[in-house]
Design a protein around this ligand. Sequence first.
Ligand code: PLP
Length: 421
Amino acid sequence: MSSTVLEKANAFAQAPYDVLALRQDFPILDRKVHGKPLVYLDNAATSQTPRQVIDVFSDYYSRCNANIHRGLHTLADEATAAFEGTRHKVRAFLNAEDARQIIFTRGTTEAINLVAQTWGRTHLGAGDEVLISLLEHHSNIVPWQLLAAERGFTIKVIPVDDSGALDMQAYRELLNERTRLVAVNHVSNALGTINPVKEMAALAHQQGALILVDGAQATPHQAVDVQAIDADFYAFSGHKVYGPTGVGVLYGKKALLEAMPPWQGGGEMIKTVSFDAGTTFAGIPHKFEAGTPAIAEVIALGRALEWLEEVGVGAIGQWEHVLLEHATHAVSSIDGLRILGTAPDKAGVLSFVVDGAHSQDIGLLIDQLGVAIRTGHHCAQPLLHHFGVDATCRASFAAYNTLDEVDTFVDALNRVIGMVR
Ligand code: PLP
């Protein structure tokens, strides 16, 4: 272990951040896989869920399961209050001005599709340009491609340098009076690159363009302030912030959301429905939330955000950085291993390929040793092709991972590479 990593680890041992105590919140971390203690390093795909969040489901279905908003009985009232309570927690989590700017979706993917199908469908047409980056997850590429095929606008791509950092000079040059929207991730899931979204927002706004920030990989690791970024839209997923699957969030600036047409039609999103006079719609956020939502999941998301706040998302990000540095240093000595993504500003993601060893083989064999990493294209095929590979192995860190787990992972990786070469 390098001395700087040790110093940082020691500093954490003295600080209130107590990783061993925090692990007690996660029942799944006690399980064994193939007879070995689980080392879970697939956190960029889905983080594990603390007991406090799991308990919400049992409590909700045991005590106040009811449909929300329209009921007059006690259970409906309690469920509505808990559901809307999460909206206020998300407002505070993102530092939005108003809870009505928080729209619940199924996840980041649905949030981006919502913007494409409402704002995009209204405002984008032939001659317009949408700027995305080479770092995007497919969920911030395909919705724009689908719409572009229909509406005839052009998608331009911001390139990256060899480290996987966005080429900001190219970004400045790509922005022009035809640019209507910049859609970028805050943190890349495939490489861990942290993008300068505040600076990017300022540059987009100078050109009269909006900016949508995909925050799926940023929200678990750093405090996010949508007002400070000046994001027009910001999206994230519950299952990456220690919350449940099936729920996510779209934040939008109020004037934009108010002007956007509804997306899906149905119950909950209307004011009046008439065969003769047509239908009038509810205000924001309900206009965008047709049908019965994932009530228990939304309430559990609120508890997950509280948990994040109790631990401190800043402290988590710093701890993950210690883990990343330790892992990066340890794997660097492995013969033929190449790390993809070495940007100076990087979250806890370690993506790599190994000469003479197929990523999928490494993933399958290392699982036999109890270590869960992700292998494949990470829903970022254009990015991986740019780096000349079809797949990488990715270890990604979370609040509960330890330096010992990193060592176990590196030992296991060495063993597996020895087997497949
Ligand atoms: N954006 C990024 C950067 C991601 O990493 C992911 C998921 O891995 C998504 C979007 C999609 O999130 P979801 O599948 O929760 O909608």
